[in-house]
Structure formats: C-alpha cells, structure tokens
Design a protein around this ligand. Structure first.
Ligand code: 13P
Ligand code: SF4
Length: 302
C-alpha cells in the first residue's frame, strides 16, 4: 500500500495538478508541494501554470486569488475552514462605506481580502510589493485596506504620501509589542531581527529587516550572520531551521501561530485532490472586477 505522499504525487501526475503551499503551512506539506512561498510568488505561479487543477495549501483568500486570475482552472482548498482573520475584518459593504468620502483617491487592497472587496479597489498589493505598488500610483493620498499596520509602514517609508488606512490587522502579528523586540535585542545582542510588515510600525521600525515571508527567507539565504530573531508566523522558523541547521533561529513568541494556516493536513490534500472537492467558485462579475485589481498589481510587480 502506497503512503500518502506517494498517493498525492501519483494523483498530481494523473490529473495534471499542482500544489501551491504558503510558508506558514505545516512543514510536511512541502513534501508534496510544487511551489512554496509568499502570497505574491504563489499568485504568480497560479497565473503561469498549465495545470488543470490547483490545490491551494493556504487560506481562503489565497485560493480565491488563484481562481480569480486562472478562472479556467479548478482550484481546490483542502480545508474549507482555513480563513484569514484579517481578510474577514472587511466585507463588501464596509469597503464601499470606507472609500465613499474619497471619490478621487486611488484604493490599494492588500491581497489578504475577499474577491468582493478587491472588486471595489484599483490595485492589489502583497507584503513584498506594497511599497512599490503605492509608489507606482504617484498620488499624494492613497486609501489602503484592510491592514492598517502595513499601510502605515508604507507611509513611514514614503515622503509626501498620506496613506489612509482601514482599521484591520492580523491578530497574529498585531500581538507583538515594541517591548518584545527590545527584550530580544537585550537577550540576543548579536542576532539580526527580521520582521513581517503586518506587525505594528512601532515594532517594524525596531527591526534590522522588514519583509514578506519570502523576503525573510531570502534575507537569511544571503546573510553570513549566524543568529536571527524571526518576527512572523512559526512556519517560517520551521523552514529556516530545516534549511540552515548551522544557524540559530528564535521565534519572537511561542504564540506566533496562525491557526487557520495549520488546519490543512496531507490527508485533506489527498482527499480533496482524489475527489475534487472544496472547489472555489466565484460570481463572474465579481471575478472580472477583482481580476482587474490583481492584474494591475502583476503588471507593476512582474
Ligand atoms: P506574505 O505575503 O508575506 O506571504 O504574507 C501573507 C500573510 O498572510 C502573512 O500573514
Ligand atoms: Fe491572515 Fe494573519 Fe493568518 Fe496571515 S497570519 S493568514 S494575515 S490571520
């Protein structure tokens, strides 16, 4: 009897399927994944692939994004309950209400949002290209939803741009306080501190590097340093420990776990691929409008 990993690999070949996995997933998912990375990288892969089926080991908005840009493909989310707390903080009506007082101000939408929210925005961004996207608009004022922390971090990096933010956040990253970083500096004076921009800017501003999950992984790859304090979800530290056994990685807090990201199991991946269940579907009008927002981003961020 073949083991679960072999069965998933066989099914991928048989069905011309690929598996995209976010770096916060349980690390055993990497055994079957074709691509592992951050939101931008995975959405680029979803667009490029010739596969008939995409199994998204991630959270709902990621799988939905894959469907928006690759509507002809079957996109499966192995665990239907894998949502994103930040994406759930803004719905379509709240989006419309938020932008109403600013009719001529461009609206940037963090990719951690639903299709009906993206459909109301001009351009999408991820944590790795937020700065580049806001800059590309050449506008003195920009609306930014739903992550206030990322929006305010972008504002702090640009001269003369006001970023008007919606009050959403990621509860996993938002729990980190400046004191956590100050304590880590004292305890690990030689460590580099790497921070995800979903943390509050009062936290990000204390880091040696601020970047997306892939940005953090890349920073370590290029660095000769030996010790790192990592301020993002635990999955990134798990992968760093696996890939660099001679370096030391300290997770800023044991609470840095995104429960939704940990829901997907190999068994569920096998089940969804075998039975082609938990397919992402979208209203075509919403899909088209949200696709404009994502395509606008992909044009700027190739
Ligand atoms: P990345 O774009 O860095 O992958 O971030 C996605 C996310 O959900 C972080 O919480
Ligand atoms: Fe959403 Fe936060 Fe989980 Fe990322 S870590 S998927 S922003 S809840």
């Amino acid at each position: 009897m073949k083991n679960i990993i072999e069965r998933i690999k066989d099914l991928k070949l048989k069905k011309n399927a690929i598996i995209l996995a976010h770096s916060y997933q349980n690390i055993d998912v990497d055994e079957v994944a074709d691509f592992v990375g951050d939101s931008l990288y995975l959405s680029q892969k979803a667009r490029e692939t010739n596969a008939d089926i995409i199994v998204f080991a991630g959270v709902y908005f990621m799988a939905q994004t894959a469907k928006i840009i690759s509507p002809e493909k079957k996109v499966l989310l192995p665990n239907k309950k894998a949502g994103c707390l930040m994406a759930d903080m803004i719905n379509h009506d709240q989006m419309v209400w938020f932008k109403k007082p600013y009719p001529n101000v461009p609206v940037v939408c963090y990719i951690n949002s639903t299709a009906s929210v993206k459909a109301e925005c001009d351009i999408c961004c991820t944590s790795s290209n937020a700065l580049q996207i806001v800059k590309s608009l050449n506008s003195p004022r920009v609306l930014f939803v739903p992550d206030a922390n990322l929006g305010k971090w972008v504002e702090s990096k640009l001269d003369g741009v006001e970023v008007i933010t919606y009050e959403g956040n990621c509860p996993v990253h938002n729990q980190v306080k400046p004191q956590h970083i100050l304590n880590a500096r004292e305890k690990y004076p030689n460590a580099k501190i790497l921070i995800h921009p979903e943390c509050n800017p009062s936290v990000s501003s204390l880091g040696d590097f601020v970047g997306s999950t892939s940005g953090i992984l890349d920073y370590v790859k290029k660095s000769n340093e030996k010790q790192f304090v990592v301020v993002t979800e635990k999955g990134v530290v798990d992968r760093l420990k696996r890939d660099y056994p001679n370096k030391e990685f300290i997770l800023i807090s044991k609470n840095m776990i995104c429960e939704s990201m940990k829901l997907t199991t190999l068994e569920e991946i096998l089940y969804s691929l075998e039975n082609e269940v938990n397919e992402i579907t979208l209203d075509e009008d919403v899909r088209k409008r949200s696709s404009n927002c994502i395509e606008a981003m992909l044009k700027v961020s190739k």
